[in-house]
Design a protein around this ligand. Structure first.
Ligand code: CA
Length: 500
């Protein structure tokens, strides 16, 4: 039995549940990809189609974009767990304090060692579960059948946050503490190899062990199977379809790999592109299933990635920070390459098909948006929700808000040796202004994204007032939310934001 259905109470009391369904609620699927960059698609999220868009073959993303709206300014945080926690709770990372990715091991900081700073006091075991109300809990209470499939990564093994069944999900397939699979290959049992299994061995999929079934395919098949019950019972479902792809290990999907070699890609790019194609097939298979079951018209699909594309040399080729061009840098960075991600929403009869929206939105907005889509705007939560629903932008294309502030905070060390806006960095966006603040030395840089998407032209000296305004917003927000900050090793003092 692969599915773990823990809450059958609803079905035992199905009359009550069905009564709760007198309001026709839509099915909702969040198709969350891991580490997929803004450019890793045949769908251009920029103003035009760039060279990288021509590498990737993603017909199902293209179909979804044709049937929905693509958001060109959708943001995550620079790494996995902070984004996933923001989606789950509606809180910005400055508030939930899970500013870095969580280790599979409890009480273990994933920060790299540093000469200048000792580690920030971030929530390395995930948020305190009793302090939050998750949206899957609220959906479940409203009669939704809630399913998690794939990568979870909300907290270390042994913590309540590591288990999706504690977070409002009635079904969990293959989600646990790890942030990536040990292997994408069925013939490797997805890492469940006697005496060789690591924390990253993927649970639950033993039916596929020893077969040629790629992990992405196995998850998709199981996700589709898990939808049979709510469809049969005529109750709405929420599916958190969180593919492990396209995170490392970069292991080619043999169904697609050769076609990219034939197109002339080098092996690194062909391997990665085959994983993107595998992810795209997963999306397409789910869309076809919805159509076959005649429920596509009552199912919302939200496509999103949890951070920018990996841009370190090695698995992604010989050169660093070219993988997300024209965006600068990649995963781990607060430059756009690390945080701007592909996003598409299909909502039949509500969203105008084949449109795009340039409004900037961020991961914590998913919480109120999903609840509003489900007709559950008036809910109370234990935590203060920072996110704002993007549903108004789905209903009215002409709506814009250039006064809103977005904030990112990474008081952590991701890699040895600081890269471009990687390690100990915060950032603020308002309108087209974007400020990057270096926590090591208080250096600020300011960019105008309207004419400098690549963030190469620091105009802070020419714009002292806006630089000060954004820096002040950063300082006040971090202080108000008691956000984690690094400490100087030299005097044990906490880093403070400096205002010129
Ligand atoms: Ca990720």
């Amino acid at each position: 039995m692969i599915k773990k259905v823990v809450t059958i109470l609803c079905f035992a009391l199905s009359f009550t549940c069905l009564n709760a369904q007198t309001i026709k609620r839509p099915n909702i699927i969040l198709f969350l990809v891991d580490d997929m960059g803004w450019m890793d698609s045949g769908v251009p999220f920029g103003d035009s189609s760039y060279a990288l868009n021509k590498i990737f073959t993603t017909p199902n993303m293209q179909l979804l974009a044709k049937e929905g709206v693509k958001f060109t300014n959708a943001y995550a945080t620079p790494v996995c767990t902070p984004t996933r926690t923001s989606i789950l709770t509606g809180m910005n990372a400055t508030r939930h304090g899970v500013t870095n990715w969580t280790s599979p091991i409890i009480n273990n900081s994933t920060d790299a060692k540093d000469d200048q700073f000792s580690g920030a006091n971030w929530n390395l075991n995930g948020v305190v579960i009793n302090s939050i109300t998750t949206y899957p809990q609220l959906l479940k209470q409203a009669g939704y059948y809630t399913i998690h499939v794939g990568k979870a990564h909300w907290g270390p093994a042994g913590t309540p946050m590591s288990n999706p069944l504690n977070l409002g999900y009635m079904v969990n397939i293959a989600g646990h503490a790890a942030g990536h699979p040990q292997s994408y290959y069925g013939k490797d049992n997805y890492g469940n190899i006697p005496n060789k299994a690591s924390y990253q061995a993927v649970p639950d999929l033993s039916n596929y062990h020893g077969t040629d079934t790629n992990l992405t395919e196995a998850l998709t098949l199981e996700a589709i199977k898990s939808l049979e019950a709510p469809i049969r019972l005529k109750i709405p479902f929420y599916l958190n379809m969180a593919n492990y792809a396209v995170h490392v290990p970069i292991q080619p999907d043999v169904r697609f790999y050769q076609s990219y070699l034939d197109k002339g890609l080098d092996t690194a790019n062909a391997k990665y592109a085959s994983m993107v194609a595998s992810m795209d097939k997963s999306l397409g298979d789910i869309m076809k299933f919805l159509t076959a079951k005649n429920i596509a018209n009552n199912t919302i699909i939200i496509f999103m990635s949890d951070n920018g594309g990996l841009s370190l040399s090695g698995a992604r080729g010989p050169k660093s920070h070219v993988q997300n061009l024209p965006l600068r840098a990649g995963k781990g960075s607060l430059y756009e390459g690390g945080i701007r991600v592909p996003m598409i929403v299909k909502w039949p009869k509500i969203v105008k098909p084949n449109t795009k929206n340039n409004q900037y939105i961020i991961a914590e907005d998913f919480f109120p948006s999903i609840l509003e889509m489900a007709g559950l705007s008036q809910t109370t939560t234990l935590q203060k929700v920072d996110g704002k629903s993007f549903v108004p932008y789905l209903k009215n294309q002409n709506l814009t808000d250039s006064n809103r502030y977005l904030i990112w905070h990474y008081p952590n060390k991701w890699i040895d040796g600081d890269g471009p806006a990687i390690n100990y960095t915060s950032a603020v966006r308002k309108g087209n202004w974007k400020l990057i603040y270096n926590l090591r030395n208080g250096h600020t840089s300011l960019y105008n994204l309207a004419n400098d998407l690549g963030e190469y032209n620091d105009i802070s000296k020419n714009n002292p007032l806006i630089t000060k305004q954004l820096t002040l917003y950063l300082k006040q927000t971090l202080e108000k939310n008691k956000s984690p900050m690094p400490f100087y090793k030299s005097n044990s003092k906490m880093v403070e934001i400096l205002i010129d």
